[in-house]
Structures are given as structure tokens and as C-alpha cells.
Ligand binder design. Structure first.
Ligand code: MN
Length: 502
């Protein structure tokens, strides 16, 4: 699926004022140009920074902000106050601005030029207090933003900007995301459901229904030649169980799964959808539940949620965008079964079929088995175990009055062989340990489904929650149940009052 950071831009504006004369602004402009060029030439940023000049008045600032809102390539704005930029000038522009904001607190010169510094230098290089003035007005306006502090040539500064840029890209992608549901939310299941109107207002994406009957003709129209070509690709990428190989009795199910993959991809392309959900109870006209197709499409960037879980489908897509080009892979996963083993107590993560082969440790194997739930039928699937490593599991739940994001850092460990359970899986220990990690997740009301990633960081999810302006509960090495419960109580009050404060 087409997605390129190269098609996006982050704009950079430098705050100044005309009090110190035109020469000062010319110098500010030259420094800013050099700094933006330095950021772009560093090779550390996934999205191009475009310098939009100095901002010296309320009118200029408003004009740049309105232009940024209207430019689809622009996914965010970096602001930096080279001189003192009186912040009342920023009120109208910031109130109008609708995109992610990063306030960079840096300085053109690295060290104080002790021997030569005079008052002209002081008047020009004022970010030490100019950025505080700007910080006040963004706080006064309750404007969500990321504050990055660091020298503009430092790699650690670039890393923080790069993290935020990835999230900006995912945010822009979500504002133009259509999620297709084949079938409704699983009957009676609460946690995966939610307010789709609020989701579009708050998180940007649009959730639509598609009857499975609309997909069936797409699958039926796939030609034998197309299936042959895709089977050849499977043979290059995966091992086949003996009874699934060409000529063997179950090979027909693999061919049917290949037709589903091609038909489903075509359907989603026609609908302009980036994510989808399936239902094992709505499969009339289908040979099997589209589990194998879901595995394959997830690997190319489509968001996926099982049993109508559109919130997870959208989050899987957004996390794919954030992690694009990074090592490790990501997947839809479900808390399956517990393994009590003292300090190594862990949760087996799996699903009936739909795990992204990008997280596989070794070459996945195609197997075909009957799946005795709903109308799932005899289903092809890719079987593998996830590689070990550190990752994060994330979910968004609808608390009625707000969305709550929950993120748990986890350590994926090696599972034992599961010869009688033909599914892909991962085994993880949640941080800070099984007892507190699982306890906090449950206390927060977290789903049994999650979007998991080896490649994206907690900081990205924090940036995401900041941009979306939603609640974020973090479960990591520092978490204790006592403090976590207090965070939840504090948040209840904060979000109740939040609207009144704005
Ligand atoms: Mn499930």
C-alpha cells in the first residue's frame, strides 16, 4: 500500500519582531535557513522540514498558520523563537492552527561567545527567554504540543523531532482514513465497541459498514492466472505443510485464501480504505474466514481488527505508519492464555488466524485446518512464533465521556512449541512484571485485543495522545498499582473539567 514520508512536509517558522531593526531580522532569517538546512541534511529526519520564514507580527503569523491548515502536504509545524517574540502576536494564529505543533527550544550558537558577546548579540540571540514567552501563550491557550529542548545539531534533538514527525504522519493519515467493517462488532462484546461519531471528531477516521455480499463478487472475479501468480509468491516466502502443497488435498483452501487476498485488496482500494475488520459470523458466500488474507494485508500496511474491532484496526494502521521503515514489525494481537511461572509469568498472545507475519522469528508455514467458531470453516493460515525483543502493546477504549489510550511496554520471550495449536503467536511479560502489568491493564479497562509493535516507542504513543488530546495511561517499569489507580482518579477529574477550562 502506497505511503511515503517523502510526500509530506513539516513547516518551520521562526519567531522574531521588528523592534531590533531590519538587520536583526535578516540575521534571524539567515540563521534559520542554515538550521533548517542542517536538520534536513542530518539524514535523521523522516519528513522534510520546509522553512517558512520569520514571523514578526500577528498578521504574518495568522497567514502562515492558515496556509499550514490548508496545505495537505504539511503535517505539522515547528516553531522556534530566535529573538523575543511578544506572544500576544501568536494568539490568533495559534487559535486558528489545527495541526500538530512542536516547540523547539534551541539556539543558533552552541556556546556563549564569552570574549566577544555584546548587547547586539544579546538582542539577537534571545531564545532563552523568547521561548519562555511562547511557552506561556501555548500553555495559556491549552494548546497541545511537544516541547523539544536541545541543540539543533545534536542527534538526540533530531531523534525527538523524528519521533514526533512519524506521529504527525500517522495523524495526517488518520484524518483521511476509512475503516471498512465486514459485519458488526461481535454480538454482546463491550470493550471493542464505541462511539464512531466521537472517533471521527476526536481521532479523525471514518468507520463504514460493508456487507460481505459486496465483497463476494470481488473474490469470485479473481482469475486462476492471478491465483497461480500469488501461489508462486507464497512458495517463495513460506513453507507449506505437506497436505497444503500443490496437488495435495488441502491446497484448494490455499487457493481460495489467495483469491480472498486479491479480492479484498481490490475492494479496499476501490473504497479508498486503509483498515478493515472481519467477523466470523458474517461469511455468507465466502469459503472461509479471511484470516490468511488479513495476515498478508496487515504486512503491507492495512490496519486490521478482528470481530468488528474498528478501534484496533485504525490503531494498527496508525502504528504501521509511525513505524514505517523501522526494524521489528507490528501486529494485531489478543491476550490468549496465561502462563504462571513465577518471575517469568507471561501472556500468550495470538488469535484464531490473524497475526502479521512481519513479527515472525523464522519462515512462516502455511497450514489449513478447520476452525470451529461461527461460520469460519476450513481456513488457511500462516503459522509462526514471534521473535524475542522489547515492544509495546497499545489500545484505545471508549470510556463514554472520552477515549482512553493504554500502552504497556512488554518483553517478548521465547515460547515453547505448540504442536496442537495451529496459530501464530507471541509470548510476553508485561512491564514491570506480569502481576502489575496485567493488573494495571485490567484496572484501566484495556481490551483483550491490542496493537503491538517492536519498532515504535512509548514516546511516539505519548506524542500521539498529545496530538489527539486524549487520555494516556502508561504501564512501564515505573508503574505501581497504587500510583496507577491515583492517575486514573486524577484523570477522571481532569477530563471532567477539561472542557470547562478551554
Ligand atoms: Mn478476538
Amino acid at each position: 500500500m502506497e505511503f511515503k514520508f517523502e510526500n509530506l512536509e513539516v513547516w518551520f517558522i521562526t519567531g522574531a519582531q521588528l523592534l531590533y531593526g531590519g538587520d536583526a531580522v535578516v540575521a534571524v532569517d539567515a540563521h534559520s535557513n542554515e538550521m533548517v538546512k542542517g536538520l534536513n541534511d542530518s539524514g535523521n529526519l523522516p519528513v522534510k522540514v520546509v522553512y517558512k520564514g520569520t514571523a514578526n507580527s500577528s498578521a504574518e503569523i495568522s497567514e502562515i498558520m492558515r496556509a499550514a491548515n490548508g496545505d495537505t502536504k504539511c503535517v505539522g509545524m515547528i516553531t522556534w523563537m530566535h529573538t523575543f517574540s511578544p506572544a500576544k502576536m501568536w494568539i490568533h494564529g495559534l487559535m486558528d492552527f489545527k495541526k500538530p505543533l512542536l516547540h523547539l527550544h534551541t539556539q543558533y550558537n552552541e556556546e556563549i561567545p564569552w570574549a566577544t558577546m555584546n548587547m547586539d548579540f544579546m538582542n539577537l540571540n534571545q531564545s532563552a527567554h523568547g521561548d519562555r514567552e511562547f511557552g506561556f501563550i501555548t500553555s495559556r491557550l491549552r494548546k497541545p504540543r511537544k516541547v523539544v529542548v536541545g541543540y539543533w545539531k545534536d542527534k538526540s534533538t533530531h531523534a525527538k523531532i523524528a519521533t514526533w514527525m512519524r506521529v504527525c504522519a500517522a495523524w495526517a493519515d488518520a484524518q483521511n482514513m476509512r475503516v471498512i467493517r465486514f459485519g458488526d462488532n461481535m454480538n454482546n462484546v463491550a470493550v471493542t465497541d464505541g462511539d464512531k461519531v466521537e472517533a471521527e471528531i476526536r481521532l479523525g477516521y471514518h468507520v463504514d459498514n460493508a456487507p460481505i455480499a459486496k465483497l463476494v463478487p470481488y473474490v469470485n472475479a479473481v482469475s486462476d492466472t492471478e491465483i497461480d501468480a500469488l501461489i508462486a509468491e507464497y512458495e517463495r516466502l513460506y513453507d507449506f505443510a505437506d497436505d497444503c502443497k500443490k496437488g495435495a488435498e488441502k491446497h484448494i483452501s490455499v487457493r481460495q485464501a489467495a483469491a480472498q487476498e486479491i479480492g479484498l485488496r481490490r475492494f479496499l482500494e476501490d473504497k479508498g480504505a486503509k483498515a478493515f475488520t472481519t467477523s466470523f459470523d458474517e461469511l455468507e458466500g465466502m469459503s472461509q474466514l479471511m484470516g490468511f488474507a488479513s495476515q498478508r494485508l496487515m504486512a503491507e500496511g492495512y490496519g486490521f481488527g478482528a470481530e468488528g474491532d474498528w478501534k484496533t484496526a485504525a490503531l494498527v494502521r496508525s502504528m504501521w505508519v509511525m513505524g514505517k521503515g523501522l526494524q521489528g514489525g507490528q501486529s494485531f494481537l489478543e491476550d490468549y492464555t496465561l502462563n504462571f511461572a513465577g518471575a517469568d509469568s507471561a501472556i500468550l498472545q495470538s488469535h484464531m488466524l490473524e497475526i502479521n507475519p512481519e513479527i515472525a522469528k523464522a519462515k512462516p508455514r502455511i497450514e489449513v485446518h478447520f476452525l470451529g467458531i461461527g461460520d469460519a470453516g476450513v481456513c488457511a493460515r500462516l503459522i509462526f512464533q514471534a521473535h524475542e525483543g522489547e515492544g509495546i502493546a497499545a489500545t484505545i477504549v471508549d470510556m463514554g465521556s472520552r477515549f482512553r489510550m493504554i500502552v504497556n511496554e512488554v518483553k517478548v520471550i521465547e515460547p515453547k512449541a505448540l504442536p496442537k495449536l495451529p496459530v501464530a503467536c507471541a509470548l510476553w511479560i508485561p512491564e514491570p512484571n506480569f502481576e502489575v502489568g496485567a493488573g494495571a491493564w485490567i484496572t484501566a479497562g484495556g481490551t483483550h485485543h491490542s496493537s503491538f509493535s517492536f519498532s515504535i516507542t512509548t514516546e511516539m504513543m505519548e506524542d500521539y495522545a498529545e496530538i489527539a488530546d486524549i487520555e494516556m495511561l502508561m504501564i512501564d517499569k515505573q508503574t505501581t498499582i497504587r500510583n496507577f489507580k491515583q492517575d486514573i482518579r486524577n484523570n477522571e477529574v481532569y477530563y471532567m473539567l477539561n472542557k470547562a477550562l478551554r
